[in-house]
Design a protein around this ligand. Structure first.
Ligand code: HEM
Length: 153
């Protein structure tokens, strides 16, 4: 079996187990960013950088397709994009809270769980990246808090 065939087989297994489809990803992404944009804590961080939402939403659908269904649709460098953002543990917690609420509202439980597990892992790795960009090396389970690190709030 080739690598591509193996990947297709894994994707088929995920689809069968969770019911995730490109249409579901589209709903999740659009529903999530509708909440994000209205959020007083993280909304402004996005609004300060995203001038055009359509391409960002398309990019996020490709990202979640790659992450959840392993379609390889996304080609980007999320770590590089997040390292300069003025964010810390509180922002990541809020991001995850909104993401988990949206997934629970819009997806069947097995699909929501699949998305949320991946979001939590990626958020933790982005938080480590943001911290290391500020010269802070997080240990396992440690969180990045700018006030404790002595940096700007
Ligand atoms: C504190 C929470 C977060 C904030 C405030 C945030 C903010 C942003 C902003 C402003 C951008 C646009 C960057 C640019 O184009 O210059 C972006 C892009 C992106 N974010 Fe986040 N983000 C957060 C968490 C996450 C998490 C947890 C994930 C994944 C699970 C994620 C995935 C992405 C991806 C894939 C992009 C597109 C990068 C690209 O252009 O290829 N973000 N985010």
């Amino acid at each position: 079996m080739t690598g591509a065939e193996r990947r297709e087989q894994i994707t088929a297994g995920i689809v069968e187990r969770t019911g995730i489809s490109e249409a579901m990803i589209e709903q999740l992404v659009h529903g999530f960013y509708a909440k994000v944009r209205k959020d007083p804590m993280i909304g402004p961080v996005f609004e300060a950088r995203i001038t055009s939402w359509e391409p960002h939403l398309a990019q996020m659908c490709a990202f979640w397709s790659s992450v959840a269904l392993m379609t390889g649709r996304y080609h980007g460098t999320p770590m590089v994009k997040h390292m300069p953002l003025p964010i810390d543990a509180a922002h990541f917690d809020r991001w995850l809270e909104l993401f988990e609420a949206t997934a629970a509202e819009l997806c069947p439980p097995a699909a929501a769980e699949h998305f949320i597990e991946r979001a939590q892992r990626i958020a933790a790795s982005l938080e480590m990246g943001v911290a290391s960009g500020q010269g802070v090396m997080l240990g396992v389970g440690e969180r990045y808090r700018r006030s404790e690190a002595g940096a700007v709030q």
